[in-house]
Design a protein around this ligand. Structure first.
Ligand code: F6R
Length: 363
């Protein structure tokens, strides 16, 4: 049932404030303490984390790496499941292996889990389908509470994965004494404001549809982001290719000048994910390098960021201001809606893109 929406994808994008609210209510007490299902995690017993996943879930892991390192001061390694085993990575003592999967049945992710079983101290997973193989074979499975996701392109599962991973990061930071009570309270209140911030972001639907219409005639699109916005740029590019079949790639903003800038000309739209954070000025200077080569920039930032840097850009999308760390969750919304409306403009099958399956059970 699409609940009045044209596509499951549109319904699932719109559901995000509700499902993230639900996930938060399952993992936070009224006084803002983090509660994980039993057996609860004790991050004083682990020194490092190895995260493994595929596709969109892999990008959630890449985002969480920034968070675990910056906020909880824990070293994290991330790999795609289809390569992880072939590296034959040594798993040292006091390692937690963490698998992220919406379906819980992705063959490569499950195989990576089995590789780690008996080697890592602890096998944990972040899943949507709680009765899945990956959940069953984990010592601890954390549900994301996104509800059934039907659209092949993952949307609400991604933001719920990010939400649950952020809560894990906070738990790790508390256990390891990496943050103060006040910092924890700030992060928790930031998380609690996400549903309403996402509602505000969803109000940009019409503006995003207009930008998507412009994108729909492009052959190639680049996405740029710095810091934890880099994985989100990767996710934006993946969404666009999956459902609109436009070739899209993402780069860390600072990497552009090391090669990909050669691609830029007046035919290449470049989507710049630039929340007004400590990295903003650097991202903007990379954006200006694109504009100097006639690249057409769509800048996604907040009011202050747009006021400072939108001059001469091809398109602008305004997001509400957000705590720096939580920007990847909020900016997922414009990434999803851009892909959605571009696909609509091109007339492709949004919910069932060609060649793709919801659950990939072959390696
Ligand atoms: C992208 C997408 C895929 C999945 C990937 C992993 O929109 O849906 O990239 O994220 O196949 O699937 P799960 O999370 O079920 O392991």
């Amino acid at each position: 049932d699409k609940a009045g929406h044209k596509h499951f994808m549109a319904k699932e994008i719109a559901e995000q404030p509700a499902v993230i609210g639900e996930a938060l209510s399952r993992y936070l007490t009224a006084d803002g303490e983090i509660m994980l299902p039993d057996p609860g995690l004790d991050f004083t017993k682990i020194d490092r984390i190895t995260m493994v996943a595929c596709g969109t879930a892999f990008y959630a892991c890449l985002t969480a790496k920034y968070w675990f390192e910056q906020i909880a001061r824990m070293p994290v390694e991330v790999d795609v499941a289809s390569e992880f085993r072939y590296r034959e990575p040594p798993i040292s003592d006091r390692t937690m292996a963490l698998f992220v999967s919406q379906s819980g049945e992705t063959a490569d992710t499950l195989a990576a889990l089995r590789y780690c079983a008996g080697k890592a101290d602890l096998i944990t997973s972040v899943v949507n389908v709680t009765e899945s193989s990956i959940a069953r074979e984990s010592n601890l499975a954390l549900p994301i509470h996104a509800g059934v996701e039907v659209g092949v392109a993952s949307t609400k599962a991604f933001t719920c994965q990010l939400t649950v991973l952020f809560l894990m990061v906070l738990k790790a930071a508390v256990d390891r004494g990496a943050i103060t009570k006040e910092e924890l309270a700030d992060y928790v209140s930031g998380l609690r404001s996400m549903p309403s911030l996402i509602n505000t972001a969803l109000e940009q639907n019409a503006a995003l549809r207009d930008e998507a219409y412009k994108l729909s005639s492009a052959r190639d699109v680049l996405f740029l982001g710095r810091g934890a916005m880099f994985p989100l740029a990767l996710e934006g590019a993946l969404k666009l290719k999956e459902i609109s079949y436009i070739h899209a790639e993402a780069y860390a903003s600072g990497e552009l000048k090391h090669g990909p800038i050669a691609l830029i000309d007046e035919n290449v739209p470049v989507v710049v994910m630039a929340p007004n954070d400590t990295l903003f000025d650097k991202t903007v200077s990379n954006m200006q390098e694109v504009m100097a080569r006639k690249g057409k920039v769509i800048l996604i930032s907040d009011r202050a960021g747009l006021d400072e840097a939108a001059e001469g850009t091809w398109g602008q999308i305004e997001m509400p201001p957000v705590a720096d760390a939580l920007a990847p969750i909020l900016y997922a919304i414009p990434a999803q809606l851009l892909a959605y409306h571009t696909a609509i403009a091109k007339g492709t099958d949004v919910d069932q893109p060609r060649n793709l399956a919801k659950s990939v059970t072959v390696e």
